[in-house]
Design a protein around this ligand. Sequence first.
Ligand code: NDP
Length: 331
Amino acid sequence: MSDETFRALVVEESATGRSVELRDLPLASLPAGEVLVRVAYSTLNYKDGLAVTGKGKILRMNPMAPGIDFAGTVVESASPDYRPGDEVILTGWGVGERFWGGFSQLNRVKAEWLVPLPAGLSLQRAMALGTAGLTAMLCVLALEGHGLEAGEREVVVTGAAGGVGSVAVALLAKAGYRVVASTGRPDEADYLKALGASEVVDRATFTAPGKPLERERWAGAVDTVGGATLGGIFRAMAYHGVVAACGNAGGVDFSASVFPFILRGVRLIGVDSVLVPFAERQVAWQRMARDLDPALIDQMTEVIALSDVPAYSETITNGRVRGRVVVDVNS
Ligand code: NDP
């Protein structure tokens, strides 16, 4: 084991420029940590796209393997919580940002960052969900935790054809909500309806100028886009409606009137998946394993090789990836 080498996609900044390349590295080059994991799959999230292309300042170590999540099998463990052979999931905690990431065949991490693979999910399907799935699930749990109940009233998901959006549509539909998918890609309407959307609306609905208050429509919202889209959602929120905001694919600043908040008691809940505590992660993973039909997960997933990551990083940062991209780090 000690003389083993492994392959990783490494980003390096130097005086002569920026390189993104596959490298074979010795085991000794991995950081210290309690649990050594043989990674089976990672995924490509929007943040990974920013990291690989350099379009966002994500990477805090140089050289660095990006990849904010992975699933694999424990090889060695200094923690009583994990034994060799255990299958585990890691998302967040700064992995792929401040710590060596998932685009790597081996990784060494803190035991407390891991979640055991829930029964019913394969390693590949766990990563088909990945950070995006966990975030979508946390958004749905936040809506429910603030009183949203399934019924006739509608819940809107923005950035619906993206990773977080796709999983949110599937989870909400499964839980019995009437889901309206907002997208800039009308050609993805059939895909979104197959995931469970009852209607698809053009994302311009939310960014077009409008009155501070419009007809009450949305009982809940999962917003993955941020910016003007988030600002526009509030106008048609129903009385006591809840918005779970988790993303910024369309911008970081938003403006809105106070009327939806002070006249309709609308609530805005922020959702973070990076530092969310273990207990909440476990609840979320178990519910995803219970609720999501494996065939539906496969329908929203494309599997690529480690060498495909740079090209797909351009695609995802241009908003052109549909659903989820799983990275098979061993192909
Ligand atoms: P994707 O790129 O897969 O999806 C984002 C979607 O947003 C796109 O598919 C597109 O959907 C829409 N979109 C993209 N650009 C624009 C734009 N300029 N204006 C309006 N809509 C746009 O990303 P993910 O699903 O992986 O992530 C979504 C967001 O959530 C990102 O901002 C990401 O950083 C954030 N995130 C936050 C987490 C947290 O812990 N809070 C964790 C994970 C992700 P469509 O084509 O359907 O309109």
